[in-house]
Design a protein around this ligand. Structure first.
Ligand SMILES: [Zn+2]
Length: 178
């Protein structure tokens, strides 16, 4: 597959951003954090004015290529067999309890007030900085990751897969017996 065109950014910019991510990862951040940032920028580009949208798309391409340099994406072999285009993501999400889903993945929560807290499974965490809001069915890492999201965002970051693959993985893990 041809690497996306990074437009206004050149190879020097790519090297700079790649080095930045490499350093951040060496200090405990995850590449997933930057992949999520790219995805959020992609989302923002959908509603931005034309000039800003073009800038954001170049930025997303730059960031994605830098992420691939630091940590090449895993092949989606685990998700290939599942007909993910048949799965309605919103309907699936409504059926999945985020705390239960994460506990099945080995995250151990403690209930604090109305939230559930745990060591962050996305970075090397030593004090519980990962929090789930069971009402909103959203998680947030207040530590090194400094990102938040829903069950699909989590799987995308943890497994380094696309949204479509994440939906397939959630569908499989949420329905298979313990
Ligand atoms: Zn974290």
């Amino acid at each position: 597959m041809k690497a996306p065109d990074t437009g206004r950014f050149d190879e020097h910019d790519l090297a700079t951003v790649t080095e930045h991510i490499r350093l951040a990862v060496a200090n405990g951040a995850t590449v997933g954090k930057y992949r999520l940032e790219a995805r959020l920028s992609e989302r923002e580009a959908e509603t931005a004015d034309q000039e800003r949208a073009e800038y954001l798309r170049d930025y997303v391409a730059l960031l994605s290529r830098a992420c691939d340099e630091v940590e090449p994406p895993l092949p989606p072999a685990s998700a290939r067999a599942w007909p993910s285009d048949r799965v309605n993501a919103a309907a699936l999400k409504a059926r999945v309890d985020l705390v239960m889903f994460l506990e099945r993945r080995g995250v151990r929560f403690v209930k604090v007030g109305r939230r559930f807290q745990a060591l962050c499974p996305l970075h090397d965490d030593h004090s519980p900085s990962f929090s789930v809001d069971p009402e909103l069915q959203r998680w947030k890492c207040f530590g090194a990751c400094a990102v938040s999201g829903d069950v699909f965002d989590f799987v995308q970051l943890a497994d380094r897969v696309s949204f479509t693959e994440a939906v397939a993985i959630v569908a499989r893990e949420a329905t298979c017996p313990v």
